[in-house]
Design a protein around this ligand. Structure first.
Ligand code: CUA
Length: 179
């Protein structure tokens, strides 16, 4: 082999090593975020008809918001729609496992609860589900983070995290920002 060919092979090896190193760093970052920071993609594959979800069933208007069932399981249901969250304020207790269930009747929305690991897209036709525990009380902003149309910038809700002593379900197991 000529001298030029040898240096070209060496160059190729160096680039291959460098690119392998970049891929290894990215893989390590994903593993660290998933296992160390508990940041995982939503994986709940559950379908719902976007045309009728707000008319009857789980996502009918009178079943939205936070509900405690007879076994004590806390579920917060929200419909994301152009350009609002329904309801626009939800109450959840501190230091308890809470399950968010979300559905969209129109386009793809997304949400993040600021300062927490709650972060998901809401795709029409699917129920998005997130389990989390809020470790301190406060009023947390929950903006839409998926561009969904002209009103996207105004689409924001609140998650009110209250100490367990202030979390008082009514006779139907419901807790709203009004009571
Ligand atoms: Cu909904 Cu952006």
């Amino acid at each position: 082999m000529a001298v030029d060919e040898i240096s070209a092979v060496q160059n190729e090896r160096r680039w291959a090593l460098a690119m392998g190193g970049v891929a290894a760093v990215m893989l390590a970052a994903i593993v660290w975020a998933g296992l160390g920071l508990h940041m995982n993609p939503p994986s709940n594959i559950e379908t719902v008809d976007p045309n009728t979800l707000h008319v009857a069933g789980e996502f009918a208007e009178n079943n939205l918001g936070t509900h405690v069932d007879s076994a004590g399981k806390i579920t917060t249901r929200i419909v994301t729609t152009q350009f609002a969250f329904v309801p626009e304020c939800v109450v959840v207790p501190q230091d308890m496992q809470v399950t968010f269930r979300l559905a969209s009747p129109d386009v793809i929305h997304g949400l993040i609860v600021v300062g927490t690991n709650v972060n998901t897209m809401v795709v029409p036709g699917f129920v998005s589900q997130v389990h989390t525990v809020f470790d301190k009380p406060g009023d947390l902003l929950m903006p839409c983070h998926e561009f969904c149309g002209l009103g996207h910038g105004q689409m924001v809700a609140h998650v009110r995290v209250v100490p367990i002593a202030d979390f008082r379900p009514d006779g139907d197991g419901r807790v709203t920002c009004d009571n």
